[in-house]
Design a protein around this ligand. Structure first.
Ligand SMILES: Cc1ncc(COP(=O)(O)O)c(C=O)c1O
Length: 475
């Protein structure tokens, strides 16, 4: 609990500095008075001040106390919404996407390219232990195939957790999958045929775009706002103009924007789907990674008649290696189940059993509390570092959950070139061009902030900033 307290206190102090309660040069309350005022230990206050000092907010002066060093001198604005694309397009395969994915696990200390959670958090040991124990007990192995529906205990846990997001389905309405990507792939196979048009948010996680291409589908890009996600007006226009088959969107803390579609927009998207008889494939993979407050509602929560296929996994909350995901496909249940059966019969039960057990014992919730706080602080620190080291022209999204931030640079800069220059420095970023089917985001890039900030990672962000500045000078 103490660890949470100092972090919370540091957040409060930063908010006060940002809000102008303390200005640059002001002396902050002494350790003793703050400890008294906030009713926390001296050690807690010292740790909070250490965070502020490490992040460059305050300066410690011997025998005098802590003084505000900066109050966010460069205010990073939010990136602009993309343009409406005029027509559906085939997605072209990008070697770059494979390259970025392939390099996900290398040079982790300087790798910001993939949307991977911090795999050093304590849940890793819990997974390891549970896996070892269950495999020793002979759970799953030596018992033949799992059912195609998937392990009941996991479906039960998913049904219980879904309630927080407004999803009210029974375990029998859920099918387990090999991660969220697989859930979405089964959903697309169930509701489309080659040549069909899918409405996707723009920018959109490139794994989904690649999948659309692999299935011979077309994507129409609907611009997304950095705070409120897919534009309902643009979607309305697109739906009137094109024979769209399905809407695919990452409803909460999207990748790459980190944005969340507000409830009234979620309702409007569902209304539109009803009016035009479309289905909605909802990728809710980041839905439980909110920084504050309750978990946002899903689109599925507004589903009146089973047209929303709700997909998620534990890849962002536990470990992508588990390959455990699920889908609640509503009225498309039979077709999705058939797709799973004809594609791979059944999923391995051991990872499902591990996930179910970790969830049922409350260890998952405990971990989520720790992860949310860590990611909140790390995202703020990412923005602090960007403010300190990136060019003045930088625009950045301010996620309220999830794992990634989206940066915009002046149009004349090519972030695929930044990717290559960073690669030479052994730093990895995700270039913006991957997130569109029509080359919209060449001056954007995405960074993952989930891992703990170390001097090496901070140095890497500074190097990205230096590279950007030298690119600006030479253009
Ligand atoms: C939005 C989104 N959906 C799906 C996936 C893939 O998820 P999984 O590993 O569960 O297949 C990712 C991974 O980056 C993602 O960001």
């Amino acid at each position: 609990m103490e660890t949470l307290l100092y972090a919370q206190l540091a957040d409060t102090l930063i908010a006060q500095i940002r809000g102008g309660v303390y200005k640059v040069g002001d002396r902050l309350p002494s350790v003793r008075s703050l400890s008294k005022r906030e009713q926390v230990s001296i050690a807690t206050v010292n740790s909070a001040y250490a965070i502020l000092e490490e992040r460059g907010w305050v300066e410690a002066r011997p025998k005098s106390g802590y003084f505000v060093q900066r109050a966010q001198s460069v205010q990073i604005g939010k990136p602009r919404t993309g343009e409406v694309t005029s027509k559906p397009r085939a997605v072209s395969t990008k070697e770059l996407a494979l390259e970025v994915q392939r390099e996900a696990s290398i040079t982790r200390s300087r790798n910001f390219s993939c949307a991977i959670p911090d795999l050093q958090l304590s849940i890793a040991a819990v997974i390891q232990k549970t896996l070892t124990r269950l495999s020793r007990q002979g759970t799953a192995l030596g018992q033949g195939y799992d059912s195609t529906e998937g392990l009941f205990e996991l479906r039960q846990q998913v049904a219980r957790r879904g309630i927080d997001g407004g999803v009210h389905v029974s375990p029998d309405a859920i099918i387990t999958t090999l991660g969220a990507q697989n859930a979405i792939s089964l959903a697309l196979r169930a509701v489309t045929k080659p040549g069909d048009i899918i409405a996707v948010e723009s920018p959109c996680y490139f794994g989904l775009l690649q999948m659309i291409e692999a299935m011979g589908l077309k994507a129409i890009e609907i611009p997304a706002d950095a705070e409120t996600g897919m534009s309902v007006d643009a979607l309305k226009l697109a739906v009137q103009q094109w024979p769209i088959k399905a809407i695919l969107c990452i409803s909460t803390f999207s990748n790459p924007l980190g944005c969340t579609i507000p409830d009234n927009h979620k309702q409007a998207i569902v209304n539109l789907a009803v009016r035009h008889d479309l289905c909605i494939i909802e990728d809710d993979i980041y839905g439980e990674l909110q920084f504050d407050g309750p978990r946002p509602k899903t689109i599925k929560a507004f589903d009146p008649d089973g047209r929303v296929l709700w997909c998620s996994s534990v890849s962002k909350t536990m470990d992508p290696q588990l390959r455990v995901g699920w889908i609640a496909p509503g009225r498309y249940y039979d077709e999705v189940l058939r797709q799973k059966y004809t594609n791979y019969l059944a999923a391995p039960s051991l990872p499902q059993a591990v996930t179910a057990e970790v969830m049922s014992k409350g260890l998952y919730d405990r971990h989520l509390r720790q992860a949310r706080l860590a990611y909140k602080q790390r995202s703020e620190q990412m923005l602090d570092l960007a403010e300190r080291y990136f060019p003045q022209e930088t625009l950045a999204s301010r996620p309220k959950g999830g794992l990634v931030t989206w940066f915009e640079m002046p149009r004349r800069l090519d972030m695929t070139e930044l990717y290559h220059q960073c690669r030479d420095l052994d730093i990895r970023i995700a270039p913006g061009e991957l997130f569109s089917v029509s080359g919209l985001y060449r001056n954007y890039f995405r960074l993952n902030y989930a891992n703990e900030w170390t001097p090496a990672r901070e140095q890497a962000v500074q190097s990205i900033g230096d590279t950007l500045k030298s690119m600006l000078v030479s253009r």
